[in-house]
Design a protein around this ligand. Structure first.
Ligand code: TRH
Length: 372
């Protein structure tokens, strides 16, 4: 049993839903293992739909805007100072908060364990950088150490978020009942979920699904709210060919999992939904978050290597992620194979390999216990 610790997790929402999505999932997972969490976030608005029921053991607190004082009294900070600080995605914890931590540590002699939670990647640098120290040179906590914590796909990384009991819940999932509860008309079509940015290959995909269906069956496309729905609507309004479409509302994280479990093929994006699609164990396509210097292409290849993706899945990813190259590179229009058997096999094999590893919260709890 892990000791109950006080965690302070800091999250700045840059764009999209991934920053808060990952931080909330981590907070809720730790809380379910008996930990107490204060989640500091500059924009908590997405939690209204992502986690409408909240979570016992997690308090969501506003990260003060520039120049605003931090009201620590309201958080019982002095009675429950942090045992662990988590700085998500290099967001740099509010200086007032750090100064308060240093004052308390001066009085108690106990420094919190300070973790810098990084972005997920399957690239080789992750194993090298995971769990490395970063001594602080300046500021109120000069001389303290931050520790890099890299999520990843191997035993020498921080692992992947996977809450206890997830696969058991999935095994008991009632697909038809879920559609009924969601009010989605399902006529036995093949189901494809779509959570993406604005891939250039989207028009071709819609046309292909309309023309060929999926594995010989007509398709219903379940489109996530936000950028994916906007992109699809723009094409449909312009007269693009398309399969049957259901536009979804914003779902809670729990219902978003159900969506992935219900579908025969899942299109996901970013970081957190990618991991959820891996756990769903269905054929999947990833749209990676694009970076200006094209650094995402190496990250994409590393992920496909980890997945042991068959050639047709690699080619589809190249097209879906807008990768251009000589005709021999495999990049072309996004073309779904007639049979998804190889995609399904790769997804299931990856899930089996990855679920044999400890999950992220387990590794983080172990890491913190060692550093205290
Ligand atoms: O929204 P994203 O594109 O987030 C991205 C990535 O995290 C990327 O790495 C980061 O740099 C960038 O944001 C700033 O995709 P992601 O990571 O899958 O996050 C989506 C979250 O939203 C995830 O927790 C699932 C959740 N979600 C729901 O709960 N319900 C929904 O209906 C939808 C569409 C998403």
């Amino acid at each position: 049993m892990n000791r109950r610790l006080q965690w302070d997790i800091f999250c700045k929402v840059i764009d999209n839903f991934g920053d808060i999505g990952v931080c909330w999932r981590l907070a809720a997972d730790l809380a379910s293992r008996g930990q107490t969490i204060r989640l500091w976030v500059d924009d908590a608005s997405a939690l209204r739909w992502m986690a409408p029921a909240g979570c016992e053991g997690v308090s969501v607190l506003p990260w003060p805007q520039d120049g605003e004082p931090l009201d620590l009294d309201a958080t019982e900070f002095s009675r429950h100072p942090p045992d662990v600080l988590v700085e998500a995605f290099g967001c740099e914890i509010a200086p007032d908060f750090v100064a308060a931590c240093v004052r308390i540590a001066g009085a108690t002699g106990i420094k919190p364990v300070w973790v810098n939670l990084e972005y997920l990647s399957a690239e080789g640098y992750v194993e090298r950088c995971h769990a490395q120290p970063s001594p602080m040179q300046g500021g109120p906590a000069a001389g303290w150490t931050k520790w890099f914590f890299y999520p990843g796909f191997t035993g020498n990384t921080g692992g992947l978020l996977r809450e206890p009991g997830l696969l058991e819940r999935q095994a008991g999932f009632d697909r038809a009942g879920w559609f009924q509860a969601q009010g989605i008309a399902w006529d036995g079509e093949a189901l494809v979920s779509l959570f993406c940015y604005e891939p250039a290959a989207l028009q071709g995909l819609l046309a292909q699904l309309a023309r060929q269906g999926l594995q010989g069956r007509p398709v219903r496309l379940l489109v996530a709210d936000g950028r994916a729905a906007d992109a699809v609507r723009a094409l449909v309004d312009a007269g693009s060919k398309r399969p049957a479409i259901s536009y979804l509302p914003l779902l809670s994280q729990t219902e978003f999992d159900h969506l992935l479990w219900a579908c025969d093929l899942n299109f996901v994006r970013g970081e957190d939904s990618l991991v959820r699609a891996l756990w769903a164990g269905k054929p999947m396509v990833w749209q990676i978050y694009p970076q200006h210097d094209d650094a995402h292409q190496a990250k994409l290849q590393a992920f496909l290597d980890m997945l042991q993706a068959p050639p047709s899945l690699r080619a589809f990813h190249a097209a879906w992620n807008g990768q251009t190259g000589p005709p021999t590179s495999g990049a072309g229009p996004a073309q779904l194979p007639a049979d998804l058997h190889a995609w399904q096999a790769a997804a299931l094999a990856a899930r089996t390999r990855l679920t044999a590893e400890d999950d992220l919260a387990t590794r983080l709890l172990g890491f913190v216990a060692k550093k205290r």
